[in-house]
Design a binder for this molecule. Sequence first.
Ligand SMILES: NC(=O)c1ccc[n+]([C@@H]2O[C@H](COP(=O)([O-])OP(=O)(O)OC[C@H]3O[C@@H](n4cnc5c(N)ncnc54)[C@H](O)[C@@H]3O)[C@@H](O)[C@H]2O)c1
Length: 266
Amino acid sequence: MSYSLDGKVTIVTGGAGGIGSEVCRIMGKHGARIVVADLNHDAARALADELGNQAIAIELDLASEDSIAAMIATTLDHFGRLDVIDNNAALLTAEMARRDGDIEHMATDDWDATYRVNTRGTMIACREALKVMTPQGSGCIINTASNLALQGNLIQAAYSSSKAAVIQMTRSIATSHGKRGIRANAVLPGLTGTAAALSYLPGELRETVEEETLTPYLGTPADIAHLVAFLASDEARYITGQAFAADGGTSVHIPGFARLSRFFQS
Ligand SMILES: NC(=O)c1ccc[n+]([C@@H]2O[C@H](COP(=O)([O-])OP(=O)(O)OC[C@H]3O[C@@H](n4cnc5c(N)ncnc54)[C@H](O)[C@@H]3O)[C@@H](O)[C@H]2O)c1
């Protein structure tokens, strides 16, 4: 199916990262005008340069309310409107991945830091976007959660629950603002082969996830970006309030059955 994002002004938070940069490229190819918003301003600027005059870079710290408000204001100054926001940025450092374990050992500061970016920051970005989209009578919000928000996990208790809150926030927005022309959906990637994710995931955990993934391969950033781009298009106009896992089926089956499928096929 072909679709167009012609002229749609789109903010991608964390737009310089592994998945975010592919969202920028793929939405840009479909004609969207792109705001690459990222804490890493050099990388954001480099990507905006690559995309040409349909894109700008904005330095964003999702932990700061002022920074989020400034991102929206700069977008309006430059493009005059806001059609889509892809809330993709999250607190994802090797250090946090190491510290974010189970609840018994959770440092309150780590919990707060995770929620400050992933949940509070995403909420503020949604709120500030809605202030523009509501008077326009149109808009599309896509929030990035994770398939880890759906199931119990041995580690990353703060990260996974912060993402579960993002899914519920998305449903709330869809419910409160659907009649005002605004759609909100959540995208839930499974383990996706970004440089960062692969660098801090312990080898044994990666092997387990690979084994529990029903597809013969792990996802790539482009696999997530194509879903985001379609959800942003007018062809997805009847889709709202949904949480779409793009995880090769990792979250939909009884654990262990991916491995057992070989036995039943023989
Ligand atoms: N890669 C995976 O396996 C995977 C799996 C499930 C969900 N996700 C989700 O997908 C999204 C993108 O992940 P990724 O793998 O591309 O990560 P990444 O680390 O490659 O990119 C994240 C980007 O966000 C930016 N960022 C971090 N903190 C920020 C802040 N406070 N303000 C603004 N920008 C900030 C970083 O600079 C980086 O460019 C995240 O929401 C993540 O939770 C990723």
